[in-house]
Design a binder for this molecule. Sequence first.
Ligand code: 13P
Length: 395
Amino acid sequence: MKLNGAFCAGFREAFQKSYVLKKCYYLRPVIMAHRFPALTSEQKKELSEIAQRIVANGKGILAADESVGTMGNRLQRIKVENTEENRRQFRELLFSVDNSISQSIGGVILFHETLYQKDSQGKLFRNILKEKGIVVGIKLDQGGAPLAGTNKETTIQGLDGLSERCAQYKKDGVDFGKWRAVLRISDQCPSSLAIQENANALARYASICQQNGLVPIVEPEVLPDGDHDLEHCQYVSEKVLAAVYKALNDHHVYLEGTLLKPNMVTAGHACTKKYTPEQVAMATVTALHRTVPAAVPGICFLSGGMSEEDATLNLNAINRCPLPRPWKLSFSYGRALQASALAAWGGKAANKKATQEAFMKRAVANCQAAQGQYVHTGSSGAASTQSLFTASYTY
Ligand code: 13P
């Protein structure tokens, strides 16, 4: 049936004035969709430029923001005492590496202590990084707290006073933040409460960061603990990511000024079935393609206990995956960028060259992988093929 235009317009007007419309609850969101801009166009421009710089041309992130306790575990493995000076010395080796590091590393995440530390010549680490053209970031979450009524699930603390902390960090030269939320796979986990609570906290954190000029790295990590298969990890990762992007939208987060830091979709550490990098890549990109808007400029994976070499091979396969990939797919590795370097250092200043070479090698390999151009030469050192898995990993 064809209706003429005048009749349609008349009908629409009558309907809009009608009692039915005013009382129709389900139509209220349309009427209430006022817009209260959260960011100016200058703020948006700054945020999106920072995010794009970090992931330009295959660059990724060095996550050097291990808390004192986590760094202690790393140092214990190489029999080095966990003192502030030893933590400083190792990080000085990473940050004082040759300037060409800035072709592979676009951003470094620091822990609070490190942001205010200096090299042996008295120069602030953050200034060393900035002079290399590397964007300085900071860990903003303050660790997990139990979610009562769940099977040992957690939420992340740090929202109280976050705006003031972000404002101070911005003054101190920081341009992005990180917040790691943790979800675990088991029979009844993750619960929908844990998914919703962590998504909401991530969105609240992201909104506060952006108000203070920091690009939020949004990190919902599905832990690799367990014997689940690849398909189950994909299912859970999709549910988690979908909840995160719903929450970010609810909180008016400007996606172009964010970066996502997810787990790759992998089988659980104790799963007996093994998967190829191509299978991991297909499951990972499928999950991301179904849940992450194309407005997000970059997705920087965490390494999650994979060996250095596996983290690079998987990232390379992800960047060769024959599915649409509207975002930069890069890395924000902690363990998978530092394991060989730590082993080469062993707490001895004399090992400076070997330490820096090991770090540079991983950074360059991951930069190639972020462009799908990594070629495995077969000459990896022992440290680079060792699993870096730690059960119930905390940062
Ligand atoms: P891994 O790469 O060691 O998993 O850690 C990255 C990180 O920053 C976790 O928050």
